[in-house]
Design a protein around this ligand. Sequence first.
Ligand code: FMN
Length: 227
Amino acid sequence: MIIIETIKNRKSCRTYSDRVIEPEKLAELKQFLASNTKTPFGSKVRFQLIDFNEIKTRELKKNLTTYGVIKGARLFIAGTVEKQPKAMEDYGYCMERNVLKATSMGLGTCWLGGTFKRSGFAGKISINEGEILPAISPVGYPRDIRSIVDRIFRYVAASDKRKPWNELFYLNDTDNFLDDRNFGRFNVPLECARLAPSASNKQSWRIYPTPKESGHVKPTGTVLTNA
Ligand SMILES: Cc1cc2nc3c(=O)[nH]c(=O)nc-3n(C[C@H](O)[C@H](O)[C@H](O)COP(=O)(O)O)c2cc1C
């Protein structure tokens, strides 16, 4: 599956089946996580797979809770980034690469930035001074039927509705919007950004491409978060 199809097919999964991930697939995923360290802004990231089957005591497992939001998951991707400017952007970029890798392997994922016990997961991956753990994701085969909690989350966040182009992408200023017919070869990458997962599906970012003096649009734009 090419990456654009993977991006279009991905949906957050909060309900996992008992199906065990095949050893070769698991090894491939672990290898990917270990090698996924190249960040756009140079922050240092590291990722690790937490396997509940390897954790013996119930007490320890109790610390690795998602407060009932995630059902049936035995594996979680957790990671850290060293604090520095744009650390969150770097973590977001690499974590989404993990998510898309898992999606391309037929596995479900769900970004969790809030509904998990941060201290428990941070302890499990031995977080160091100067590192933060912004978000984690369960990973595994999705169950056919979503749990009630999963369905409620999707309903409350309106997870299947993304903002239209003219609320996300602007040419210079907010009076001048782009639509999906006038941005040439950037139509597809911008559509992929629009479809990306978003906390509570708020899509609290905007992209303003910068016009060159010639009047053409530069390939890089300014991304404003928390818009
Ligand atoms: C940074 C980030 C944090 C998120 N945190 C949570 C969370 O704590 N709990 C949760 O159930 N979903 C969380 N989500 C998943 C979003 O609710 C989900 O991406 C959004 O509703 C869109 O649905 P979709 O991913 O199926 O397209 C988070 C997503 C992102 C990108």
